[in-house]
Design a protein around this ligand. Structure first.
Ligand SMILES: [Zn+2]
Length: 421
Protein backbone atom coordinates (compact mmCIF):
# COMPACT_ATOMS: atom_id res chain seq x y z
CA UNK A 1 0.00 0.00 0.00
CA UNK A 2 1.07 3.55 -0.60
CA UNK A 3 2.79 5.44 2.20
CA UNK A 4 2.00 8.64 0.42
CA UNK A 5 -1.77 8.49 0.34
CA UNK A 6 -1.94 11.64 2.48
CA UNK A 7 0.31 13.56 0.08
CA UNK A 8 -1.96 13.03 -2.87
CA UNK A 9 -4.24 15.90 -2.04
CA UNK A 10 -4.05 18.88 0.23
CA UNK A 11 -5.95 18.58 3.51
CA UNK A 12 -6.89 21.61 5.56
CA UNK A 13 -6.28 21.65 9.29
CA UNK A 14 -9.83 20.58 10.13
CA UNK A 15 -9.49 17.48 7.96
CA UNK A 16 -6.05 16.70 9.40
CA UNK A 17 -7.44 17.14 12.89
CA UNK A 18 -9.61 14.03 12.43
CA UNK A 19 -6.54 11.78 12.60
CA UNK A 20 -4.40 13.97 14.86
CA UNK A 21 -6.76 14.85 17.72
CA UNK A 22 -5.48 18.41 18.15
CA UNK A 23 -8.75 20.09 19.14
CA UNK A 24 -12.47 19.51 19.42
CA UNK A 25 -15.49 21.74 19.12
CA UNK A 26 -18.90 21.11 20.58
CA UNK A 27 -22.18 22.90 19.91
CA UNK A 28 -22.79 22.91 23.64
CA UNK A 29 -19.63 24.99 24.18
CA UNK A 30 -20.32 27.19 21.16
CA UNK A 31 -18.89 28.13 17.79
CA UNK A 32 -15.34 29.41 17.57
CA UNK A 33 -14.45 28.08 21.00
CA UNK A 34 -12.19 25.07 20.35
CA UNK A 35 -10.98 22.88 23.20
CA UNK A 36 -7.32 21.85 22.92
CA UNK A 37 -7.02 18.09 23.36
CA UNK A 38 -3.88 16.47 24.89
CA UNK A 39 -2.07 16.25 21.50
CA UNK A 40 -2.94 19.87 20.72
CA UNK A 41 -1.78 20.95 24.15
CA UNK A 42 1.64 19.39 23.51
CA UNK A 43 1.99 21.36 20.26
CA UNK A 44 0.76 24.53 21.90
CA UNK A 45 3.07 24.15 24.93
CA UNK A 46 6.06 23.84 22.57
CA UNK A 47 4.97 26.98 20.70
CA UNK A 48 4.46 28.88 23.95
CA UNK A 49 7.97 27.85 25.01
CA UNK A 50 9.36 29.13 21.70
CA UNK A 51 7.51 32.43 22.24
CA UNK A 52 8.93 32.68 25.77
CA UNK A 53 12.47 31.89 24.56
CA UNK A 54 12.29 34.57 21.85
CA UNK A 55 10.86 37.09 24.32
CA UNK A 56 13.53 36.32 26.91
CA UNK A 57 16.34 36.60 24.35
CA UNK A 58 14.99 40.06 23.52
CA UNK A 59 15.01 41.19 27.15
CA UNK A 60 11.23 41.08 27.63
CA UNK A 61 9.66 40.81 31.07
CA UNK A 62 6.57 38.66 31.56
CA UNK A 63 3.31 40.05 32.92
CA UNK A 64 -0.09 38.46 33.53
CA UNK A 65 -3.25 40.52 33.14
CA UNK A 66 -6.98 39.78 33.38
CA UNK A 67 -9.13 39.13 30.30
CA UNK A 68 -11.77 41.54 31.63
CA UNK A 69 -11.70 45.27 32.20
CA UNK A 70 -14.08 48.14 32.71
CA UNK A 71 -15.57 49.56 29.56
CA UNK A 72 -13.84 52.88 30.31
CA UNK A 73 -10.44 51.29 29.69
CA UNK A 74 -11.34 50.65 26.07
CA UNK A 75 -13.10 53.98 25.70
CA UNK A 76 -9.84 55.59 26.75
CA UNK A 77 -7.71 53.42 24.44
CA UNK A 78 -9.95 54.10 21.44
CA UNK A 79 -10.94 50.43 20.97
CA UNK A 80 -14.53 51.11 21.99
CA UNK A 81 -15.08 53.69 19.24
CA UNK A 82 -13.44 51.52 16.60
CA UNK A 83 -14.19 47.96 17.69
CA UNK A 84 -17.44 47.98 19.68
CA UNK A 85 -19.18 45.88 17.00
CA UNK A 86 -16.54 43.15 17.33
CA UNK A 87 -16.67 43.10 21.13
CA UNK A 88 -18.88 40.95 23.34
CA UNK A 89 -21.72 42.84 25.02
CA UNK A 90 -21.07 44.68 28.24
CA UNK A 91 -21.60 42.79 31.50
CA UNK A 92 -23.35 45.21 33.81
CA UNK A 93 -22.62 44.27 37.40
CA UNK A 94 -23.68 47.52 39.10
CA UNK A 95 -27.24 48.67 39.74
CA UNK A 96 -27.17 51.24 36.94
CA UNK A 97 -25.58 51.22 33.48
CA UNK A 98 -22.01 52.50 33.66
CA UNK A 99 -21.76 51.66 37.34
CA UNK A 100 -19.53 48.62 37.08
CA UNK A 101 -19.58 47.69 33.40
CA UNK A 102 -17.10 45.00 32.40
CA UNK A 103 -16.14 43.76 28.94
CA UNK A 104 -13.98 40.97 27.57
CA UNK A 105 -10.94 42.64 26.09
CA UNK A 106 -10.50 43.00 22.32
CA UNK A 107 -6.74 43.54 22.76
CA UNK A 108 -4.08 43.28 25.46
CA UNK A 109 -2.45 46.66 24.81
CA UNK A 110 -4.37 48.81 27.34
CA UNK A 111 -3.58 46.42 30.20
CA UNK A 112 0.11 46.54 29.26
CA UNK A 113 0.04 50.33 28.97
CA UNK A 114 -1.17 50.49 32.57
CA UNK A 115 1.42 47.92 33.66
CA UNK A 116 4.04 50.35 32.31
CA UNK A 117 2.31 53.26 34.05
CA UNK A 118 2.41 51.44 37.40
CA UNK A 119 5.87 52.87 38.08
CA UNK A 120 7.99 55.85 37.03
CA UNK A 121 10.66 55.20 34.43
CA UNK A 122 13.93 57.01 33.87
CA UNK A 123 15.29 57.57 30.34
CA UNK A 124 18.18 55.32 31.36
CA UNK A 125 16.07 52.21 32.02
CA UNK A 126 14.19 52.29 28.71
CA UNK A 127 13.22 50.35 26.71
CA UNK A 128 10.78 48.40 28.87
CA UNK A 129 9.43 45.34 27.04
CA UNK A 130 6.38 43.53 28.44
CA UNK A 131 5.37 40.11 27.12
CA UNK A 132 2.28 38.02 27.72
CA UNK A 133 0.76 35.08 25.92
CA UNK A 134 -2.83 35.94 26.64
CA UNK A 135 -6.36 35.57 25.32
CA UNK A 136 -8.35 38.34 23.69
CA UNK A 137 -11.84 38.16 22.26
CA UNK A 138 -13.78 38.76 19.05
CA UNK A 139 -17.57 38.55 18.88
CA UNK A 140 -17.51 36.92 15.44
CA UNK A 141 -20.82 35.73 13.98
CA UNK A 142 -21.07 31.95 14.19
CA UNK A 143 -21.36 31.60 10.38
CA UNK A 144 -17.81 32.81 9.69
CA UNK A 145 -16.11 30.66 12.33
CA UNK A 146 -13.96 27.76 11.29
CA UNK A 147 -11.66 25.30 13.08
CA UNK A 148 -8.69 27.11 14.57
CA UNK A 149 -8.38 29.78 11.89
CA UNK A 150 -11.39 31.94 12.89
CA UNK A 151 -12.16 31.81 16.61
CA UNK A 152 -13.78 33.93 19.30
CA UNK A 153 -10.92 33.61 21.77
CA UNK A 154 -7.47 34.35 20.34
CA UNK A 155 -4.37 33.35 22.34
CA UNK A 156 -1.79 35.87 21.20
CA UNK A 157 1.95 35.99 21.81
CA UNK A 158 1.97 39.72 22.48
CA UNK A 159 4.74 42.12 23.44
CA UNK A 160 4.57 45.87 24.04
CA UNK A 161 7.77 47.89 24.01
CA UNK A 162 7.93 51.29 25.69
CA UNK A 163 10.92 53.30 24.52
CA UNK A 164 12.36 56.77 23.88
CA UNK A 165 11.79 58.24 20.41
CA UNK A 166 15.50 57.78 19.61
CA UNK A 167 15.18 54.04 20.32
CA UNK A 168 12.29 53.37 17.93
CA UNK A 169 14.52 52.37 15.01
CA UNK A 170 16.49 49.82 17.01
CA UNK A 171 13.39 48.40 18.68
CA UNK A 172 11.41 48.09 15.45
CA UNK A 173 14.39 46.37 13.78
CA UNK A 174 14.78 44.01 16.74
CA UNK A 175 11.07 43.16 16.66
CA UNK A 176 11.12 42.49 12.92
CA UNK A 177 14.26 40.36 13.23
CA UNK A 178 12.72 38.28 16.03
CA UNK A 179 9.46 37.78 14.16
CA UNK A 180 11.35 36.56 11.09
CA UNK A 181 13.51 34.30 13.28
CA UNK A 182 10.43 32.73 14.91
CA UNK A 183 8.82 32.04 11.52
CA UNK A 184 12.11 30.55 10.30
CA UNK A 185 12.18 28.17 13.28
CA UNK A 186 8.58 27.20 12.54
CA UNK A 187 9.38 26.65 8.89
CA UNK A 188 6.53 28.88 7.78
CA UNK A 189 7.85 30.73 4.75
CA UNK A 190 7.10 34.47 4.87
CA UNK A 191 5.89 35.66 1.47
CA UNK A 192 6.68 39.34 1.88
CA UNK A 193 6.59 42.10 4.49
CA UNK A 194 3.71 44.53 4.15
CA UNK A 195 4.08 48.19 5.07
CA UNK A 196 0.50 48.72 6.23
CA UNK A 197 -0.62 52.32 5.81
CA UNK A 198 -3.86 54.19 6.44
CA UNK A 199 -6.26 55.16 3.66
CA UNK A 200 -8.56 58.18 3.42
CA UNK A 201 -11.12 56.59 5.75
CA UNK A 202 -12.21 57.98 9.09
CA UNK A 203 -11.42 56.50 12.49
CA UNK A 204 -7.63 56.75 12.50
CA UNK A 205 -6.18 58.40 15.59
CA UNK A 206 -3.23 60.81 15.62
CA UNK A 207 -1.77 63.65 13.58
CA UNK A 208 -0.28 63.61 10.07
CA UNK A 209 3.10 64.34 11.62
CA UNK A 210 2.84 61.27 13.89
CA UNK A 211 1.80 59.01 11.03
CA UNK A 212 4.61 60.34 8.86
CA UNK A 213 7.24 59.84 11.57
CA UNK A 214 5.99 56.35 12.41
CA UNK A 215 6.00 55.28 8.76
CA UNK A 216 9.53 56.63 8.25
CA UNK A 217 10.79 54.77 11.35
CA UNK A 218 9.26 51.46 10.22
CA UNK A 219 10.63 51.84 6.69
CA UNK A 220 14.08 52.46 8.12
CA UNK A 221 13.83 49.34 10.31
CA UNK A 222 12.75 47.26 7.31
CA UNK A 223 15.66 48.61 5.26
CA UNK A 224 18.03 47.49 8.00
CA UNK A 225 16.64 43.99 8.40
CA UNK A 226 15.27 42.84 5.05
CA UNK A 227 18.38 42.95 2.80
CA UNK A 228 19.74 39.43 2.56
CA UNK A 229 16.45 37.80 3.55
CA UNK A 230 15.07 37.81 0.02
CA UNK A 231 11.91 39.50 1.30
CA UNK A 232 10.36 42.56 -0.27
CA UNK A 233 8.61 45.45 1.45
CA UNK A 234 5.25 46.07 -0.23
CA UNK A 235 2.86 48.91 0.63
CA UNK A 236 -0.65 47.99 1.77
CA UNK A 237 -2.88 51.07 1.82
CA UNK A 238 -5.82 50.79 4.21
CA UNK A 239 -4.19 47.96 6.20
CA UNK A 240 -2.90 50.08 9.12
CA UNK A 241 -4.12 49.72 12.71
CA UNK A 242 -6.33 52.58 13.82
CA UNK A 243 -3.53 53.89 16.02
CA UNK A 244 -0.61 53.66 13.61
CA UNK A 245 1.15 52.04 10.64
CA UNK A 246 2.63 48.56 10.92
CA UNK A 247 4.94 46.01 9.35
CA UNK A 248 3.08 42.75 8.71
CA UNK A 249 4.67 39.39 7.95
CA UNK A 250 2.47 37.93 5.22
CA UNK A 251 2.20 34.19 4.65
CA UNK A 252 0.03 32.04 2.41
CA UNK A 253 -2.02 29.19 3.79
CA UNK A 254 -2.16 25.79 2.11
CA UNK A 255 -4.88 26.98 -0.26
CA UNK A 256 -2.96 30.10 -1.21
CA UNK A 257 -4.94 32.56 0.92
CA UNK A 258 -2.83 35.37 2.30
CA UNK A 259 -2.78 36.14 6.00
CA UNK A 260 -0.78 38.12 8.54
CA UNK A 261 1.17 35.94 10.95
CA UNK A 262 3.15 38.52 12.96
CA UNK A 263 3.35 42.29 13.15
CA UNK A 264 5.41 45.25 14.32
CA UNK A 265 3.21 48.28 15.02
CA UNK A 266 4.23 51.75 16.03
CA UNK A 267 1.78 53.62 18.22
CA UNK A 268 1.96 57.27 19.27
CA UNK A 269 -1.67 57.35 20.38
CA UNK A 270 -1.99 54.99 23.32
CA UNK A 271 0.93 56.70 25.12
CA UNK A 272 -1.00 59.98 24.88
CA UNK A 273 -4.35 58.52 25.84
CA UNK A 274 -2.84 56.85 28.91
CA UNK A 275 -0.37 59.70 29.57
CA UNK A 276 2.64 57.36 29.45
CA UNK A 277 5.89 59.17 30.15
CA UNK A 278 9.50 58.78 31.21
CA UNK A 279 11.78 61.07 33.19
CA UNK A 280 14.24 62.59 30.72
CA UNK A 281 17.89 63.54 31.10
CA UNK A 282 16.72 67.16 31.40
CA UNK A 283 14.62 66.30 34.47
CA UNK A 284 11.35 66.83 32.58
CA UNK A 285 8.69 64.26 31.71
CA UNK A 286 8.55 63.07 28.12
CA UNK A 287 6.10 61.07 26.06
CA UNK A 288 7.18 57.45 25.63
CA UNK A 289 6.75 55.62 22.31
CA UNK A 290 4.93 52.27 22.19
CA UNK A 291 5.58 49.37 19.83
CA UNK A 292 3.21 46.40 19.56
CA UNK A 293 5.06 43.32 18.39
CA UNK A 294 4.19 39.68 17.78
CA UNK A 295 6.64 36.92 16.93
CA UNK A 296 5.07 33.46 17.00
CA UNK A 297 1.56 34.90 16.44
CA UNK A 298 -1.72 33.57 17.76
CA UNK A 299 -1.67 29.96 18.95
CA UNK A 300 -4.82 29.11 17.00
CA UNK A 301 -3.67 30.51 13.68
CA UNK A 302 -0.10 29.26 13.89
CA UNK A 303 -1.20 25.70 14.69
CA UNK A 304 -3.64 25.76 11.75
CA UNK A 305 -0.81 27.03 9.51
CA UNK A 306 1.68 24.43 10.78
CA UNK A 307 -0.74 21.51 10.35
CA UNK A 308 -1.44 22.57 6.77
CA UNK A 309 2.17 23.42 5.93
CA UNK A 310 3.43 20.00 7.12
CA UNK A 311 0.19 18.18 6.27
CA UNK A 312 0.07 16.95 9.87
CA UNK A 313 3.60 15.56 9.97
CA UNK A 314 5.04 18.13 12.36
CA UNK A 315 8.81 18.40 12.97
CA UNK A 316 10.08 16.30 15.88
CA UNK A 317 10.08 19.18 18.40
CA UNK A 318 6.37 19.81 17.81
CA UNK A 319 5.16 16.26 17.22
CA UNK A 320 2.81 14.94 19.94
CA UNK A 321 4.38 11.47 19.49
CA UNK A 322 8.07 11.84 18.71
CA UNK A 323 8.94 8.13 18.60
CA UNK A 324 6.56 5.21 18.15
CA UNK A 325 8.20 2.02 19.41
CA UNK A 326 6.97 -1.23 17.90
CA UNK A 327 8.30 -4.50 19.35
CA UNK A 328 7.87 -7.24 16.75
CA UNK A 329 6.77 -9.94 19.24
CA UNK A 330 6.18 -10.24 23.01
CA UNK A 331 9.80 -11.36 23.46
CA UNK A 332 10.88 -7.87 22.36
CA UNK A 333 8.64 -5.96 24.78
CA UNK A 334 11.36 -5.76 27.46
CA UNK A 335 14.03 -4.13 25.25
CA UNK A 336 11.36 -1.81 23.79
CA UNK A 337 10.34 -0.78 27.29
CA UNK A 338 13.96 -0.05 28.24
CA UNK A 339 14.41 2.14 25.15
CA UNK A 340 11.11 3.86 25.99
CA UNK A 341 12.48 4.71 29.44
CA UNK A 342 15.77 5.98 27.98
CA UNK A 343 13.84 8.27 25.62
CA UNK A 344 11.75 9.56 28.52
CA UNK A 345 14.93 10.21 30.51
CA UNK A 346 16.27 12.18 27.53
CA UNK A 347 13.19 14.42 27.72
CA UNK A 348 11.51 12.97 24.63
CA UNK A 349 7.91 11.85 23.99
CA UNK A 350 7.89 8.13 23.10
CA UNK A 351 4.90 5.85 22.73
CA UNK A 352 5.04 2.05 22.68
CA UNK A 353 2.35 0.16 20.77
CA UNK A 354 1.94 -3.58 21.36
CA UNK A 355 -1.66 -4.31 20.28
CA UNK A 356 -2.32 -5.88 16.90
CA UNK A 357 -0.17 -7.04 14.00
CA UNK A 358 3.04 -5.17 13.22
CA UNK A 359 1.56 -4.03 9.89
CA UNK A 360 -1.54 -2.60 11.55
CA UNK A 361 0.55 -0.82 14.19
CA UNK A 362 2.80 0.75 11.54
CA UNK A 363 -0.31 1.92 9.64
CA UNK A 364 -1.84 3.50 12.74
CA UNK A 365 1.44 5.24 13.59
CA UNK A 366 1.61 6.67 10.06
CA UNK A 367 -1.99 7.87 10.29
CA UNK A 368 -1.20 9.65 13.54
CA UNK A 369 1.83 11.23 11.77
CA UNK A 370 4.21 10.12 14.56
CA UNK A 371 7.58 11.73 13.78
CA UNK A 372 9.72 8.58 13.91
CA UNK A 373 8.74 4.90 13.86
CA UNK A 374 11.05 2.32 15.38
CA UNK A 375 10.80 -1.46 15.04
CA UNK A 376 12.60 -3.72 17.51
CA UNK A 377 13.10 -7.42 16.81
CA UNK A 378 15.77 -10.10 17.14
CA UNK A 379 18.21 -8.52 14.67
CA UNK A 380 18.04 -5.14 16.38
CA UNK A 381 18.52 -6.60 19.84
CA UNK A 382 21.50 -8.68 18.64
CA UNK A 383 23.20 -5.64 17.09
CA UNK A 384 22.11 -3.12 19.77
CA UNK A 385 20.44 -1.03 17.09
CA UNK A 386 16.95 0.05 16.06
CA UNK A 387 15.16 -0.07 12.70
CA UNK A 388 14.15 3.54 12.02
CA UNK A 389 11.57 5.01 9.64
CA UNK A 390 11.53 8.82 9.42
CA UNK A 391 9.02 9.79 6.72
CA UNK A 392 9.83 13.53 6.87
CA UNK A 393 13.52 12.90 6.15
CA UNK A 394 12.65 10.05 3.78
CA UNK A 395 15.01 7.85 5.81
CA UNK A 396 14.79 4.17 6.54
CA UNK A 397 17.57 2.13 8.10
CA UNK A 398 19.28 0.63 11.12
CA UNK A 399 20.72 3.11 13.63
CA UNK A 400 22.93 2.36 16.61
CA UNK A 401 20.78 2.57 19.74
CA UNK A 402 22.89 5.11 21.66
CA UNK A 403 23.34 7.25 18.56
CA UNK A 404 19.57 7.11 17.93
CA UNK A 405 18.76 8.63 21.33
CA UNK A 406 21.50 11.26 20.97
CA UNK A 407 20.34 12.27 17.46
CA UNK A 408 16.75 12.71 18.60
CA UNK A 409 17.78 14.70 21.63
CA UNK A 410 19.92 16.98 19.47
CA UNK A 411 17.11 17.52 16.95
CA UNK A 412 14.65 18.28 19.73
CA UNK A 413 16.91 20.70 21.58
CA UNK A 414 17.74 22.62 18.40
CA UNK A 415 14.11 22.60 17.12
CA UNK A 416 15.44 21.08 13.90
CA UNK A 417 12.94 20.81 11.07
CA UNK A 418 14.64 17.64 9.85
CA UNK A 419 16.71 14.98 11.56
CA UNK A 420 20.13 14.51 10.06
CA UNK A 421 20.48 10.71 10.16
ZN1 LIG B 1 -0.94 45.78 21.28
Amino acid sequence: MSDNASHDEFQDHRELNQALGIFTTDPLIGSGLPVWLPNGSIVRDELEQLARDVARADGCHGVHSPVLAKRELFERSGHWAKFADDMFPVMQLGAAPGDDDLVLRPANCPHHALAYAASRHSYRELPVRLNELAPMFRAERSGVLSGLSRVRQISLDDTHVFCRPDQIGDEAARALRSALHAQEVLGLPVDYVRMSLRDNGAGYLGTDQQWGDAEAALRLAAERVLPGTGLELVDGVGEAAFYGPKLDLQVRDGRGHEETIATVQLDFNQPERFDLTYDGEDGGRHRVAMIHRGTVGSMERVVASLLERYQGRLPLWLAPVQVCLLPVAPAHDGPARRLHDDLLAAGLRPRTDVDGSLGARIRRSRERRDAVIVVIGDDEIASDSVQVTDPAADFRGAVDRARFVAQLQKAYDSRARRIDW
